[in-house]
Every structure is written in structure tokens, then in C-alpha cells.
Design a protein around this ligand. Structure first.
Ligand code: DHB
Ligand code: MG
Length: 222
């Protein structure tokens, strides 16, 4: 058996992606336009996008909330998972990025199912309190605010809501209690909240995929 060198795990991820995820023109085009606009290539890996899609379908999510849109790669995966009368609300802080996301969503044929809200998560989330609760929440924005986002996920969800947090591994650095990296500390605070807050039951898995060594937390609102 090969050691898990970067070569070996990238080959395995590519095999999983080719075998189980496949290629998709709308998703490829969304990533191409995001890159062409000079945005960071930090969309989730294909295997992770498919995981989001499956989790939404497994939980029969009709209303999905995403915090952190970027080029809408994960948003497209989520929008495809909700039924015709479902909705994805996604929050993007930068107006210029939100425009790129809207164009990518339209081209993917899911523009009518998705509402891109422009603003900081902490400002937009309170405005959603009067809406129907969300069945799945995907948190993938500034890691420093993860505890705020998790608190809102619980408030805007219901018992049974699935909460997914991206980037909980960060190359293993999240296990360093002495880290002074703001994104690592924010991620640690979020995981600690998931561990102690009685509103959640959660786990986390390491990921080794096209985006490197990272992790994903999956929680249930109880
Ligand atoms: C970063 C953010 C992400 O959401 C991600 O998936 C990878 C990296 C970052 O801010 O560094
Ligand atoms: Mg991310």
C-alpha cells in the first residue's frame, strides 16, 4: 500500500471525482469565470460539492442557507438539491463577487431558486429571522465569525437542521492550541461551540482532496 503522499492522495481524490462526480459544464464555467475575475480558487472540491448536494437531499432540505457565496460553485450544488418550490439564500459580502455569482447561477439554470444577499453575514443574518426556518446551513465565509454564524444557524434552523462548516482542518493547524492565526482561532472557537452547545450534536472529518488537507464539520440542530 502506498504511503499517503500528496501524489497518492491527489490520485485517489481524482479517481473518486472522476468515478462518482464526473464533469459538469455549468460548474466548470462557474470556476473558470471566478478564476478569470481574479477571485481566490477556494471553492469547495468537487467531491465536497457533491457531499453538500447529497446531504441536502438526504435531509430533504427545501430551504438552504449558505454563508459565503464566492463564485457560487457550492451554491449551484446546493440549488440543484432543493425541490422546485425550494430556495437557497446565499450571503456574499462583496457586491462585485455577488454579480459574478448571479451570472454563474443564471447560466447554471438555478437563478430562480437562489437569492444572493449582499452584505456582511452578521448584518444580513438577523434580517432572515422572520423567514421560514432553514433545513440546511452551509458556513463557508470569514472563519473569524464562525461562532456568530453557528449561533445564527441554530436560531434560523429547527430541530433536524443540518449544519456544515467548511475548512475546519486548515492543513492540520486547527489542532494547534497556540496558533495565533485569526482564521485558525475562529475555527477552533466554532468547533468548541459545536462541542459544548446543547443546541448541536456534531462531528468533523479530515478531507484530503483537490483543495489540499482540510476538514468539514457536520452538525445536527437537536
Ligand atoms: C480559505 C477560505 C475557504 O473558505 C476555503 O475553502 C479555503 C481557504 C481562506 O480564507 O484561506
Ligand atoms: Mg471554504
Amino acid at each position: 500500500m502506498a504511503d499517503p503522499t500528496p501524489d497518492a492522495w491527489q490520485r485517489l481524490d481524482a479517481y473518486f471525482a472522476a468515478t462518482l462526480v464526473g464533469h459538469d459544464p455549468a460548474l466548470d464555467a462557474a470556476v473558470a469565470d471566478q478564476n478569470a475575475a481574479g477571485l481566490p480558487a477556494i471553492e469547495v472540491a468537487p467531491v465536497n460539492g457533491k457531499l453538500l448536494n447529497l446531504l441536502a437531499r438526504m435531509s430533504r432540505a427545501r430551504r438552504v442557507l449558505e454563508i459565503g457565496t464566492l463564485g457560487a460553485y457550492s451554491t449551484i450544488w446546493l440549488a440543484r438539491a432543493v425541490p422546485d418550490d425550494g430556495r437557497v439564500v446565499t450571503i456574499e459580502a462583496e457586491p462585485r463577487i455577488a454579480e459574478i455569482a448571479r451570472a454563474n447561477l443564471s447560466r447554471a439554470g438555478v437563478g430562480d431558486k437562489v437569492e444572493v444577499k449582499v452584505g456582511r453575514g452578521a448584518d444580513v443574518l438577523p434580517t432572515l429571522a422572520d423567514e421560514e426556518p432553514f433545513d440546511l446551513v452551509f458556513i463557508d465565509a470569514d472563519k473569524e465569525s464562525n461562532t456568530i454564524y453557528l449561533d445564527w444557524a441554530a436560531k434560523l434552523g429547527h430541530p433536524g437542521t443540518v449544519v456544515v462548516v467548511d475548512n475546519v482542518g486548515r492543513g492540520g493547524r486547527v489542532a494547534d492550541p497556540a496558533s495565533e492565526e485569526a482564521q485558525v482561532i475562529g475555527t477552533q472557537r466554532g468547533l468548541e461551540l459545536l462541542g459544548r452547545d446543547p443546541r448541536f450534536d456534531a462531528t468533523a472529518l479530515q478531507t484530503l482532496d483537490a483543495k489540499g488537507w482540510d476538514g468539514v464539520a457536520i452538525a445536527l440542530v437537536v
